[in-house]
Write a protein that binds this ligand. Structure first.
Ligand code: PMP
Length: 443
C-alpha cells in the first residue's frame, strides 16, 4: 500500500499542467472550479477534450471516462449526431427570445418516452426542475411541506438542502440536517426527512404529516448518495399512500432516466404525478425538464386563470441544447439501454470477484448503467449503509484508477456510455485489480 503522500506525489508528477491551471484558476475561482463535486485534493484535473469513451486532460493523459459529466453523456464525448445537430443549429443562431421547433421535438420525444409525463416544461438545470416541481405541488395542493429521503440529492434548491452527503451527524432521529450554510432555519420547518427503503417508517411519517404535505420527492435510484435502487415494493407503497392523501409524488429521474427507456417508472410500472428529468436529455448541453399530470402542469399555462405560476428563464429550452438533446435521445434504442446495463453488471461482478479474491471488504451497487464502488461488507440499501464504507480506501481507489487510466467520480460512482464495450469493462477491471493490490491492500 502506498502512502497518501506518495499517491499525491504520483498524481502531481502526472499532471503538472493541471497543477499550474489550478494555481491560476484559484486566483479567480474558488478552489479553481465552479462546482464543489469536481474539486478534490490536492487539485482537480483540467480536461481538454473528449472523444467517444475517452477524455484527455491538459497534460495530454488519456483516460477512459466512466464519469461522463456525472452520468449525462450517455453517448460519450462528441457523439456525431449531437455535434452535427449543434453545428447546423449554430449556423442558424444560438438562441432567440421565442419558442422553437427544437423544443417541440425534444418535448415530443420525452412525452412519448416517459409514461407519466403528459405535459412538460424545460429549464436550464436539475435544480430548477426540482424547484418548479415542488412549487407546482405546493400550488396544486395548497400545502407547504415537502418530504424527501435521507441521502437523497435533488440539486441546490433550499427545500432539498437537507440530510444528504457525508460529514453530517446522522443521529438516530430523522430531523432535517442542513447540508449548506445560508439555509434559514425556517426552511427546515417545511421539510420532513424520510428513511429510504423502509416502508413502514416512511408510511408512518407520511401519515403523521399528511395534512401539510404537498409532495414526496424521491430518486427511484438514489444516485449521488451511492447508486441505491429503491425496491419496487417501496415505490409502490409510496404511490399508494400519496394517492390516498392527495400528496403529489415526484420521481426525480434526473439520473435514473438513463437506466431504462422512460426511466424507472416505465420499468416498474409505477407512475408518479410529476417527474424531473435532466442529464442525458440534453446531449451534453445545459437543459433539464419537469413534467407530469396535465391538471398539475396546467398551473403553468400562460393562457390560464389564477393561480398561475410564472415560469421564467432566459435559457429555458434553449435551442442548441434542445436539438442536441433530440439527437442524443433519438439514438437511444431499447437495446442500447440493455447493453449499457449489462456492461455495468459485468463491472459489478468483476469487482465482487476481485474483492473476494483479495479479501478486501467491498461491494458494488448497480442501478441500470450506473454503479458505485463501496468499501464495506454491508449490503447497501440506504445511505447510512454507504456511510459504513472506508472513505480512505474509496479515495485511494479513485486516485489509483486515475493513475491507471480510468476517470470516475471521486466518490466511486461511474456509468457506462454507448461507445463502451466489453473491452472498456476489461480495462476497468484490470486497472481496479492493480489499484486494489498495489494501492489499497494492507501488507
Ligand atoms: N437531482 C438529481 C437526482 C441529480 O442527480 C442532480 C444532479 N446530480 C440534480 C437533481 C441537480 O441537477 P443539476 O446539477 O442539473 O442542477
Amino acid at each position: 500500500m502506498i502512502s497518501r503522500e506518495q499517491m499525491y506525489e504520483r498524481y502531481r508528477k502526472s499532471s503538472p499542467i493541471s497543477g499550474d491551471l489550478y494555481q491560476q484558476g484559484a486566483e479567480v475561482l474558488l478552489g479553481g472550479t465552479t462546482r464543489t463535486s469536481v474539486y478534490f485534493e490536492p487539485y482537480p484535473l483540467y480536461m481538454q477534450r473528449g472523444v467517444g469513451a475517452c477524455v484527455w486532460d491538459e497534460d495530454g493523459v488519456k483516460r477512459l471516462d466512466f464519469l461522463n459529466n456525472y452520468t449525462s453523456l450517455i453517448h460519450g464525448h462528441s457523439f456525431g449526431p449531437v455535434v452535427e445537430a449543434v453545428r447546423t443549429q449554430a449556423q442558424l443562431g444560438l438562441c432567440y427570445g421565442a419558442p422553437t421547433k427544437g423544443e417541440i421535438e425534444l418535448a415530443k420525444i420525452l412525452v412519448e418516452l416517459v409514461p407519466s409525463v403528459q405535459k412538460l416544461r424545460f429549464c436550464s438545470s436539475g435544480t430548477e426542475a426540482v424547484m418548479y416541481a415542488l412549487r407546482l405541488a405546493k400550488a396544486y395542493t395548497g400545502r407547504d411541506k415537502v418530504a424527501k429521503f435521507e441521502g437523497g440529492f435533488h440539486g441546490a434548491h433550499e427545500s432539498v438542502q437537507f440530510s444528504f452527503g457525508v460529514g453530517l451527524d446522522y443521529s438516530e432521529n430523522l430531523d432535517p440536517i442542513p447540508t449548506s450554510a445560508g439555509i434559514p432555519a425556517s426552511w427546515a420547518e417545511d421539510v420532513i426527512v424520510l428513511p429510504f427503503n423502509d416502508q413502514k417508517a416512511a408510511e408512518d411519517l407520511i401519515r403523521r404529516h399528511h395534512q401539510d404535505l404537498a409532495a414526496v420527492i424521491i430518486e427511484p435510484i438514489m444516485g449521488s448518495g451511492g447508486v441505491i435502487p429503491a425496491t419496487r415494493e417501496f415505490l409502490s407503497s409510496l404511490r399508494a399512500i400519496t394517492e390516498e392523501y392527495g400528496i403529489v409524488l415526484i420521481f426525480d429521474e434526473i439520473m435514473s432516466l438513463r437506466t431504462a427507456p422512460g426511466g424507472v417508472q416505465a420499468q416498474c410500472g409505477i407512475l408518479p404525478d410529476l417527474t424531473t428529468m435532466g442529464k442525458i436529455i440534453s446531449g451534453g448541453l445545459p437543459l433539464a425538464a419537469f413534467g407530469g399530470r396535465e391538471d398539475i402542469m396546467a398551473l403553468l399555462d400562460p393562457r390560464g386563470k389564477d393561480p398561475l405560476i410564472p415560469h421564467s428563464g432566459t435559457f429555458n429550452g434553449t435551442v442548441l441544447a434542445a436539438v442536441a438533446g433530440a439527437a442524443a435521445m433519438s439514438h437511444l434504442t431499447p437495446e442500447a439501454y440493455t447493453r449499457l446495463n449489462d456492461l455495468a453488471a459485468s463491472i459489478a461482478q468483476g469487482m465482487e470477484r476481485l474483492f473476494k479474491g483479495l479479501n478486501i471488504p467491498g461491494t458494488v451497487t448497480v442501478g441500470g448503467s450506473l454503479f458505485n464502488v463501496h468499501f464495506t461488507d454491508r449490503e447497501i440499501t440506504t445511505f447510512r449503509d454507504v456511510l459504513t464504507g472506508d472513505m480512505d480506501k474509496r479515495s485511494r481507489f479513485f486516485f489509483g484508477m486515475l493513475h491507471r487510466g480510468v476517470f470516475l467520480a471521486s466518490r466511486g460512482m461511474g456509468c457506462i456510455s454507448t461507445p463502451m464495450t466489453e473491452a472498456e469493462v476489461a480495462a476497468f477491471l484490470e486497472a481496479a485489480e492493480a489499484t486494489l493490490i498495489e494501492d489499497i491492500l494492507e501488507e
